[in-house]
Design a binder for this molecule. Sequence first.
Ligand code: FA5
Length: 373
Amino acid sequence: MEGILHFVAKLTYLSVYSKIFLLVYQPVNFGDDDDFMDNYEPIRESFLKEVAASSSLDALYAVKVKYIGKKGVISELNKALAKLPSEEKPIAGFEIGKLRNEFSAAYDDKESSLKERELSEKLISEQIDVTLPGLTLPIGREHIINKTAGEISAFFASIGYLKATGPEVELDYYNFEALNMPYGHPARDMQDTFYVSDYEVLRTHTSPVQIRTMLACKPPIRIIAPGKVYRSDYDVTHSPMFHQVEGLYIDENISMGELKGTLEHFVKALFGSDVPVRFRASYFPFTEPSMEVDMGCSICSGGGCRVCKGAGWLEIGGCGMVAPEVFDAVRLDYNKFSGFAFGMGVERIAMLKYGIDDIRLFFENHLKFLNQF
Ligand code: FA5
């Protein structure tokens, strides 16, 4: 009985399929390749062949569109199905579904193997050696002159000095006149000046910050003013732009001993207690008396070199007791108040500290030089 049923089913299957393929053959347009729709097996074979021959996902997708797409072979078979007698439709539909599932499964298999192959090719071509050292960005650092100016300021901050600032393009009045250097005063020639206009200069020193501070604040005043200054100078110890740190201490009963003690303490704190310091009588129109501060030359240890010009000493700054004319200019009573001021060259101090024999090295921006500090 079972054998008979099987036989009947087979006959039905064959008759349904042959009808479908005869129907499908007409409406499906496969271009010049019409022969391959002669029966079911050639369609299946050619699908499997085309799938196997697809060497890329794009090619495989084109096969999918041709057979399983909206207007593909399976779709045409389904259209033909509608024209079959209704009792044959379920079996034919079932068989078309089976064919479709077979196509989809073959497509999925091939798709995943192509994807796998593409991935492994990609992994090989884009291989990254995670053991290679990473690219490191060079780390920037503070310029040695700023660092030295910071160290000087930090010392004075530790003994109670506040930081003050002033403009680099300065009024002639603050840079010279209020500092007892009226127009035509010969002391103006001590500093080769860059004039910006008839009444403005690139400040030649940080001393105008003294004036600005004394006009703005009442004593006691204790300030430090680091900053850039400009002069028309250029050799191994002179640069057209350099840095000074100005100091000012105004109160009642301030003496020259305090000035000398403060500066000696500063030099020893920065360079060590063995470094010799000396004060030489000098002249500045804004201090009276005035002195130059010298340190033993650390480049030649006092033996004489081109930096200290054979003297064994290098001048690091000027200083003195604030002159009565300056007190007058800022309308402070010099009978009540006294004080001292100093101005030091930061580059000179850095040269001595690090044994640099040419000031210009600081500004040539050679990283090999700057990275040492
Ligand atoms: C002055 O500039 C005074 N204002 C200092 C002062 C302040 C005196 C307060 C009294 C009271 P002088 O011109 O000497 O001083 O310069 C001070 C320091 O700046 C010098 O000792 C030197 O260390 C440095 N200096 C001067 N010219 C240059 C330059 N062209 N390049 C590098 N450093 C310089």
